[in-house]
Write a protein that binds this ligand. Structure first.
Ligand code: K7E
Ligand code: CUA
Length: 652
């Protein structure tokens, strides 16, 4: 058995290499077709894109914002990673955002963004994204495009089947990829089987302000929970997770976790579990996890360590959890816009397995069980199967929907997107990708109302698509027009980091509510300098606090004396501009830190520990006016034992 698996794996590897090398004849689009396609993606100077696309940053830990169809990158939103371009994670106000139970963790691996929904449709209030490595979920405002909240997930490891939201944004859901001992303890790894647990976390979202709260965790058997999607419409109230390594192997997983012919999709009736915990069910367990919240009023984040989590043993809630057998180590888990079809993409298979929600309910009613796993009933495969898509591709990963009855599935190994029909399972079209596509995205594709005009394929391998840039190239996205029967590849554009999933939304939903400034009059930062006359410098022992204001093209104060070696100098800087798109920057020579980029009406703080005597300049980093180069100042640093009084110039 092992041998067979080895050879399958070897074959899959070969096919991938073969496909990649064999695509050299791809530059086939003739002139007429090319110019037709050019028109489809051309957004003329001064015109704007039709869609926003939010792409996960993968190992950049952030979220990037693109326009579609142009493929122009508009912004990188720092989420889990320090970002010197804005000072996120470097400023005193934002350092708490990256606090965790492991201390300050200035990086993560972000995979799956998802936009908030109301009644199953995108509402454009927030976007959520997971931190895979040190399990966290972030909430980002879609009016300020700032990360507002990060909650850590205890008992989780490799937070991958995350972060997907239910159709009224009741919950953002996160499943663990790696099962671990719960609670964590010192134990032999080879005692994994039967002892490790997989936590599925349900984090509630406050409908008013979006505040997150880890409401409960379901303690599942020790499988790997790879991806998930919410039910919608008729299946609202359920959540579906693909699993692999149902073998519970603990080494050589590429072989040992490929033994079972079928793994599972776990179907979770979260409404039932919610009712159970609302009635006092579940077990409170000690925990230690960070909950970090950023306030727009104080422009400051606070980090709180939470000490308890409510856990649920799924076998204690009859009727809440079932397993749907699904062939060959499924990766993607996708639910169609009607909520009836649950698609499991077995990454080691050629076919797609589509389960029916209606049949699942009937099978549960009729007790069509095929045994159980750790007390959780396994439904009979044939009794939940809606159909199989025999696509002829290899290595299916992810599926999206156009809202017109079609589904689009990526195939990593055969490097293509396959369009097929829901209900008949017939393949309608297939188009190559360059190369080895992972996720794909149709705006609104994870909702009841997709906007099926484009599909973006996010490819893992770039090779010859762009001018070479040394051994590493940016990943490549490809845009297909999907308005016709056949998909048409119309554009390539590079992406940043490694986008896994992405979320798209029509610009008309987001653009009108994008915030232009922070109102200075509403700035509640305790260190704000709201009037130029409040600018000052104060000493508290060896801490010096500089209360500074900035406006084109001046810092107040600009010159400061009386600082000593060994001092810890905090610059608290308030941008007095009340004009759209006029940030100022602040950079201090030798600061073991980044710059700050301060938005109109905002206050940010930077700490600097001067190490040497001298007169040291600071300056504005953002070219803000014709006199930007004049926007500068000096700090005089005297010996530690000197007795020069603090003084500062208000520039009068
Ligand atoms: Cu890259 Cu969704 Cu993390 Cu598949 S995952 S490709
Ligand atoms: Cu302010 Cu440049």
């Amino acid at each position: 058995m092992k041998k067979i698996n080895y050879s399958i794996l070897a074959l899959l590897g070969l096919v991938m290499v073969f496909t990649s090398c064999n695509d050299s004849g791809k530059k086939s689009s003739n002139g007429a077709l090319a110019s037709n396609n050019a028109e489809k993606v051309y957004v003329a100077p001064g015109e704007q894109d039709e869609f926003y696309a939010f792409m996960s940053g993968g190992y950049s830990g952030n979220l990037t914002v693109y326009g579609l169809p142009s493929g122009r990158m508009f912004k990188e939103i720092p989420v889990f990673s320090q970002f010197p371009t804005s000072g996120y994670g470097y400023s005193e106000e934002t350092k708490p955002m990256l606090n965790t139970s492991f201390g300050f963790v200035p990086w993560d691996d972000s995979h799956h963004p998802d936009i908030s929904q109301t009644n199953g449709e995108l509402d454009g209030r927030w976007i959520f994204i997971n931190g895979n490595n040190t399990p966290r979920i972030a909430r980002i405002s879609l009016s300020t495009f700032e990360t507002e909240e990060i909650i850590e997930l205890p008992n989780s490891a490799g937070n991958h089947s995350s972060s997907f939201i239910t159709e009224n944004t009741e919950y953002v859901v996160a499943g663990t990829r790696f099962s671990v001992p719960v609670p964590q303890r010192d134990m032999p790894i080879n005692e994994y089987k039967g002892n490790f647990k997989g936590a599925l976390s349900f984090v509630s979202v406050d409908p008013e302000d979006g505040r997150l709260d880890l409401k409960f965790q379901i303690m599942m058997p020790g499988f790997n929970y790879d991806l998930s999607h919410p039910g919608r419409g008729k299946s609202h109230g359920w959540f579906f997770f693909t699993t692999y390594n149902t073998e519970e192997a603990n080494s050589l997983l590429e072989v040992n976790a490929s033994q079972n012919d079928k793994d599972f999709i776990a179907a979770i009736n979260w409404k039932k579990i919610e009712e159970y915990v609302n009635n006092g069910g579940g077990t409170k367990m000690p925990a230690n996890y960070a909950h970090n919240v950023y306030s727009d009023e104080t422009h400051t984040a606070t980090s709180t360590m939470e000490k308890e989590v409510l856990t649920v043993d799924p076998t204690k809630v009859p009727g809440a959890v079932y397993f749907l057998p699904t062939p060959k180590s499924p990766h993607g888990c996708d639910v169609d816009p009607t909520g009836n079809y649950i698609i499991g993409n077995g990454k080691l298979s050629a076919d797609l397995t589509v389960h029916s929600f209606d049949k699942m309910l009937a099978a549960i009613d009729g007790k069509k069980f095929d045994g159980e796993a750790y007390g959780i009933p396994i439904l009979k495969f044939d009794d939940v199967l809606a159909g199989t898509v025999k696509s002829g591709g290899l290595g299916p990963l992810h599926t999206e929907f156009d809202g017109k009855g079609n589904a689009y599935t990526t195939f990593f190994i055969s490097s293509e997107v396959v369009k097929w029909k829901l209900g008949t399972w017939e393949v309608i079209d297939r188009k190559p990708t360059y190369y080895s596509v992972g996720h794909l995205m149709i705006p609104g594709g994870n909702s009841a109302k997709p906007f099926g005009k484009y599909v973006v394929a996010m490819n893992k391998i770039t090779k010859d698509r762009y001018l070479p840039t040394g051994p590493e190239l940016e990943h490549s996205a490809q845009l297909y027009d999907i308005t016709g029967d056949k998909m048409e590849l119309i554009y390539d554009f590079p992406t940043h980091g490694e986008p896994h999933y992405a979320a798209g939304i029509p610009a008309e939903i987001l653009a009108p509510k994008s915030q232009k400034i922070y109102k200075l009059a509403e700035n509640k930062h305790p260190m704000a300098t709201l009037g130029v006359n409040d600018a000052r410098v104060e000493r508290k022992g060896n801490e010096v606090h500089v209360y500074m204001a900035m406006i084109r093209s001046h810092f107040t104060p600009d010159n400061i004396e009386g600082i000593k070696v060994g001092d810890k100098v905090y610059f608290h800087i308030t941008n007095h501009e009340q004009d759209f798109d006029v940030p100022h920057g602040f950079a201090m020579i030798g600061a073991n830190n980044s710059e700050l980029l301060i938005m109109p009406g905002q206050t940010k703080s930077l700490v600097w520990e001067p190490k040497e005597v001298g007169v040291w300049p600071f300056y504005c980093t953002d070219f803000c006016s014709a006199l930007h180069q004049e926007m500068q100042g000096y700090v005089r640093v005297s010996p530690a034992n000197s007795n020069i009084d603090l003084s500062w110039s208000l520039g009068e």
